[in-house]
Design a binder for this molecule. Structure first.
Ligand SMILES: [Zn+2]
Length: 239
């Protein structure tokens, strides 16, 4: 963790703040703040720091532009399976953030009016992630119900996860993990990844027999596989 940020002391700093630059993350701290407190703060904020670093690095390296908008403002859109999801932002007087699906293509996120800047953006991303995970849970169980009975490929458990490097996995005891970011891909892509992991219940490898089983479930699976090959890196950029 210590290599992930630099501590910079500032006589003007009244409180601790995080500055994310292209090549480093700085914690700007008041002169006399104990170092242990700074590390404690960094530890509590480590997810945020990591995400901020990834975003800044992706930008500075001219990496592929993700699917998500640069900034969440009222009316921006996100891909959601085969459609566009419009994000409407509202304010509400209470302290808690609320997210409501108005219909299948519009989401209303009500935010406390006191929330601004980076924390506001972070809250929106957090709310969206939670919403996408719920949607994924629902859709994935439908896909499993549809495909698993055919050849008795019942997983022991299904978890929707945040993963930065993979779309899905099937453990030795047939516990399946799936990446919720697949909800931003065409619906056929999610179906393909779920089926792929289900087929690992029978074959713990990528042998011809494995691919044959995938094709029995989804004769057109190559299309979804190609889509992931071409767009996976963009998709992994997240929200
Ligand atoms: Zn596989």
């Amino acid at each position: 963790m210590s290599s992930e940020y630099l501590i910079r002391r500032s006589a003007r700093a009244k409180r601790l703040r995080i500055v994310v630059k292209a090549d480093r993350v700085e914690l700007v701290a008041p002169m006399r703040m104990p170092e242990s407190l700074i590390h404690q703060f960094a530890l509590a904020q480590q997810d945020w720091i990591r995400q901020a670093r990834q975003r800044v690095q992706a930008k500075s390296q001219n990496a592929v532009q993700g699917f998500a908008p640069e900034e969440y403002v009222d009316g921006v859109t996100l891909p959601f399976q085969n459609q566009e999801l419009v994000i409407r932002l509202g304010v509400h007087p209470r302290k808690r953030l609320r997210i409501e699906g108005i219909n299948r293509t519009t989401l209303l996120i009500n935010l406390p009016e006191t929330l601004h800047g980076a924390p506001r953006q972070q809250a929106i991303r957090g709310a969206l992630e939670k919403w996408f995970k719920q949607q994924a849970q629902f859709q994935v169980s439908e896909i499993v119900d549809q495909h698993a009975p055919r050849f008795g490929l019942q997983p022991r458990s299904i978890r929707i996860k945040t993963q930065r490097s993979r779309w899905g996995s099937c453990g030795p005891h047939n516990d399946i993990n799936l990446n919720w970011l697949l909800m931003l891909a065409p619906a056929a892509t999610l179906e393909y990844v779920v089926v792929h992991e289900l087929c690992h219940i029978r074959h713990k490898n990528h042998s011809p027999a494995f691919w044959q089983l995938v094709a029995q479930h989804l004769p057109d699976y190559q299309q979804a596989r190609q889509w992931l090959k071409h767009n996976g890196q963009r998709l992994m950029q997240g929200l």
